[in-house]
Design a protein around this ligand. Structure first.
Ligand code: UD1
Ligand code: CA
Length: 459
């Protein structure tokens, strides 16, 4: 096996994106573009990985480190072009590898299989690179071939003659290069071109007819993200691919859904139109996520039903639970098996025991809710007193009547029964009955007198 290293070029500013965020940190499928490149490099078997950073170096390094702790960095202080970036990356490589994959930090849809194909096609040649045919090649470097169809040069759009601009085969910016050859040639690059930069593409010309171009059948793999429009197109393609992949794995997808790269789905999951699954969301076997629900970094056990328009963020949901419609689970909501959280209910940093129900119009925050508790409509845990957050504990089997306010810190013993409309400020013990409201008065027949007074304008 050839020892492979990878250099990821990620120092550019992304001028055409007009962005404060370093270009390579723009996410596609929820994953920053530079991490797509690293993941592809890992999957292609690159045992050593160097990322060339410059613009927003610290930010980019932090993101890379959290994903690939083995990756190393080379700082390109001045961005003098892709050739200069590659040379900077090389300087950080050990002597170990024989060949180097050079990947662009802004080309997120490249498949590892294509790098394997490039490797096979290139063999011992000094340079192999990926190309593709585009309907509209504007902006890309064009692949110039000789009479024998050998690639002899890549010419940048800005440097191309009108004849060359008609070439539709473009350079994808991904290379498989012999390390020794790359060291030699990058030392000799010239910046006598329209952009005054050191172009990595020059390695093709310097291979003097020995370069190999592997033409990708799927042009989306070569798509770069230089503009917002290109970013949007990449994102659409990433979502199409994710949906296609999950359908192959046994997911029913009934319309356009956005599934991020790191999402995991069990078997027989059904996703209705407009569902967004973000970050590291995990969905268990047989779950149904209905129209318009958005799940971020959340975990559903098997058989959960999320009814339409529910929002889950860093929430954990036990088997067979029912959520929504219009429910909101915020960070550290932890729902036990068979729980129910219904419409217009917000749950934050609270644990719900098995079978607990909060069916309508409630806010439950900083709470421990026991098994089989029933929280009535309109109940509010008053967890914040204007200074600090406090805990509400509700024992197993407790019944909280509708429109109650539980003023934390407060603890209800198991089997407590809270009368509707109570403001609860004191703890209860097992099986206590709690009233926390003004006693009702009934004045027989007085309604009639009130109506008459109103008619005479007296009230
Ligand atoms: C490059 C290729 C072009 C190819 C296209 C494919 C060159 C000269 N041109 O053009 O032939 O068709 O990719 O997408 O190579 N970078 C650095 N340091 C620098 C300059 C760039 O790290 O000094 C990084 C960028 O962050 C980016 C990558 O290299 O991730 C490519 O640079 P970019 O400016 O996007 O090159 P293109 O103009 O797209
Ligand atoms: Ca680019």
């Amino acid at each position: 096996m050839t020892r492979l290293a990878a250099v990821v070029l990620a120092a550019g500013k992304g001028t055409r994106l007009k962005t404060a965020l370093p270009k390579v940190l723009h996410p596609i499928g929820g994953l920053p573009m530079v991490l797509h490149a690293l993941r592809t490099a890992q999957r292609a078997g690159a045992s050593e990985r160097v990322v060339v950073v410059g613009h927003g170096a610290e930010q980019v390094e932090a993101v890379v480190r959290s994903f690939d702790p083995d990756a190393r960095f080379a700082r390109q202080i001045e961005q003098r072009g892709t050739g200069h970036a590659a040379a900077t990356g090389l300087a950080a490589l050990t002597q170990g590898p024989e060949r180097v994959l050079i990947l662009s930090g802004d080309c997120p849809l490249l498949r590892p299989e294509s790098l394997h194909a490039l490797r096979a096609a290139t063999g011992d040649r000094p340079v192999g690179f990926l190309s593709t045919e585009l309907e509209d090649p504007t902006g890309y470097g064009r692949v110039v071939r000789d009479e024998q169809r050998r690639p002899i040069r890549v010419v940048e759009h800005k440097d191309a003659s009108s004849d060359e601009l008609r070439i539709r085969e473009v350079n994808a910016g991904i290379y498989d290069v012999d390390l020794a050859f790359l060291r030699d040639t990058t030392a000799q690059l010239q910046s006598d071109n329209a952009q005054g930069e050191l172009y990595l593409t020059e390695v093709v010309e310097r291979a003097a007819g020995e370069a190999q171009a592997f033409c990708l059948a799927d042009p989306s793999e070569a798509m770069g993200a230089n503009t917002r429009a290109e970013l949007a197109a990449l994102q659409e393609e990433a979502w199409d691919r994710a949906a296609g992949r999950w359908m192959t794995e046994g997911t029913t997808i009934l319309g356009r859904c956005h599934i991020d790269e790191e999402v995991q789905l069990g078997q027989d999951v059904t996703l209705h139109p407009g569902v967004h699954l973000r970050g590291r969301t995990r969905v268990g076997d047989g779950c149904v996520v209905d129209v318009g629900s958005v799940l971020s970094d959340s975990e559903l056990a098997e058989g959960v039903v999320v009814h339409p328009y529910s929002i889950l963020e860093q929430a954990k949901v036990g088997p067979g639970a029912q959520i929504g419609p219009f429910a909101r689970l915020r960070p550290a909501a932890d729902l036990g098996p068979g729980t129910k959280v219904g419409n217009f209910v917000e749950v934050k940093k609270s644990r719900l025991g098995p079978g607990a129900k909060i069916n309508h119009l409630s806010y439950v925050g900083d709470a421990e809710v026991g098994a089989e508790v029933n929280v009535g409509a309109g109940t509010i845990t008053c967890n914040y007193d204007g200074f600090a957050k406090h805990l509400t504990r509700i024992g197993d089997g407790t019944f909280v009547g509708s429109n109650s306010t539980l003023v934390a810190p407060v603890e209800l013993g198991p089997g407590t029964y809270v009368a509707a409309g109570s403001t609860v400020t004191e703890n209860s013990a097992r099986d206590d009955l709690v009233f926390g409201r003004a006693r009702q008065e009934v004045k027989p027949g007085r309604a009639k007198a009130v109506r008459e007074a109103a008619r005479r304008g007296k009230i």
